[in-house]
Design a protein around this ligand. Structure first.
Ligand code: NAD
Length: 435
């Protein structure tokens, strides 16, 4: 991911260095010209065991940049950490003037959705304060979220504390999501605190409720180990075979692409894999995080995982434009004859009441090879963006739910357009069964 730390004191430097060490692209910025000049010259203004080597290695590898261009640093980043000082006054209350100043600066650098993580030590209510200051100074309509992640490092062992914290606090707004995050942290002692905070900040609360703890652990490693998101072209996958359930799962984290789901479905179909379930989500920083469940084909899990890796490779090649989806779909398997005798009346329902921001398209029909590819290609051809989707099969039947918008990110409210979309999808459903 692309990260900025605003304030290059103790906390900022340690956070920036440990995030860069994990593979993220980090801009460490500060308004203190003298401090940044020292850092650019390779001199570290504080002594912390291990910090100088960590900084030198990551500067050399191009993952860590020091700058006084605070707004530019904010523009570069998907996640912005506030790490400025909050000295106590004589009554013991924290001076929030630097935090407020940074919030104002963030407003002027907010050129797309960003996650703001506050690591400075602040009193209760400061997350709302930061959000309010940003909102009041914002000149664009871009969205943002503020997450609270107070720092507990101790001077003298700051690097070790950041890499292996004895506690971590992340402020979020859903109780069940908070419990899931706390449980996940127990299992993920090996991911440094700042990286863990960045991972948790990516997800809407429902991610924590819709994924299993095992999936969350695998996703955290998939995304943080690879430093995914550091470049726009990042594409990372994780495969795991589940013998007991008879499915093999592929998780994919990649920048969103209007035809991503069609590419995924096409690569699975052309590889002879049958999709029995899928969960498609968009993270807060605009990546797709998709979980695809394939029916198991082989007895041995190693063979299954190799097959899944091959399919993941085909999806990547499609994303990179190495070949075209139409080329690989020429060899798609034909539907089984026996499917035609089933009489399940296909249904396409378009609903605007289920979500504030998205139009829901629900499709109930008989399953067949390549169905998801045909539907998602049609949805893309109808100039709709899929923000999330839930695909489930029940024996021969399938229920596909797509949460979509038009290309301007609006709901589809025009009745004539809804009718046209329904017609297109019914045509796809009829075609596959020789109807
Ligand atoms: N140092 C610790 O051991 C420690 C431990 C836990 C928590 N904290 C908390 O973390 C926060 C940061 O502490 P620190 O010790 O790193 O502070 P610090 O004073 O060492 O560094 C703060 C940096 O922020 C910069 N800054 C101030 N205003 C700025 C602005 N508007 N834009 C950009 N940069 C700006 C300053 O120039 C300075 O370099 C504080 O809230 C502190 O209470 C510190």
């Amino acid at each position: 991911m692309k990260v900025a730390t605003i304030g290059s004191g103790y906390v900022g430097l340690v956070t920036a260095a440990s995030l860069a060490h994990m593979g993220h692209a980090v801009w460490a910025v500060d308004i203190d010209d003298g401090k940044i000049a020292e850092l650019q010259a390779g001199r570290i203004p504080i002594y912390e065991p291990g910090l100088d080597q960590l900084i030198a290695a990551n500067v050399q590898d191009g993952r860590l940049t020091f700058s006084t261009e605070v707004v530019e640093g904010i523009r570069e980043a998907d996640i912005v950490f506030i790490t400025v000082g909050t000295p106590s006054d004589e009554n013991g209350s924290a001076d929030l003037s630097s935090v407020k100043a940074v919030a104002k600066t963030i407003a002027s650098g907010l050129d797309r959705y960003k996650i703001i993580v506050n690591k400075s030590t602040v009193p209760v209510g400061s997350t709302v304060l930061v959000a309010r200051v940003i909102q009041e100074n914002l000149k664009t309509a871009h969205q943002f979220d503020v997450v609270s992640n107070p720092e507990f490092l101790r001077e003298g062992s700051a690097v070790a504390d950041a890499m292996h914290p004895d506690r971590i606090v992340v402020g979020v707004t859903s109780e069940r999501a908070a419990q899931a995050i706390a449980a996940l942290r127990e299992k993920l002692q090996d991911i440094p605190e700042a990286g863990f905070a960045a991972f948790t900040a990516l997800h809407e609360p429902d991610y924590w409720l819709r994924t299993t703890p095992d999936q969350q652990v695998r996703h955290a490693h998939m995304i943080t180990d690879a430093g995914a998101g550091a470049g726009n072209e990042a594409f990372v996958t994780d495969v795991s075979a589940h013998a007991f359930e008879g499915v093999t799962e592929i998780s994919i984290f990649t920048p969103t692409h209007p035809r991503l789901l069609a590419m995924i479905a096409g690569a699975c179909t052309s590889g002879g894999a049958n999709i029995v379930g899928a969960q498609i989500t968009t993270t807060r920083d605009g990546h797709a995080l998709d979980i695809i469940r394939l029916a198991r084909e082989f007895d041995r899990s190693e063979d299954e995982e190799r097959r899944a890796e091959r399919i993941a490779g085909a999806i990547r090649a499609l994303m990179e434009g190495k070949f075209k989806i139409d080329d690989i779909m020429k060899n798609r398997p034909k539907p089984k004859e026996s499917l035609k005798v089933f009489s399940v009346e296909p249904q396409v329902v378009i609903d605007n009441n289920l979500s504030d921001a998205l139009t829901v398209i629900e499709i109930n029909c008989l399953d067949r090879p390549g169905l998801l590819y045909d539907l998602t290609r049609e949805i893309a051809d109808a100039k709709l963006d899929i923000a999330s989707a839930h695909i489930a099969t029940f024996g021969e039947k399938v229920v596909d739910v797509f949460y979509v918008t038009d290309l301007a990110a609006n709901k589809v409210t025009n009745e004539a357009r809804q009718t046209a979309i329904r017609k297109r999808l019914h045509r796809v459903l009829a075609a596959g069964y020789g109807g």
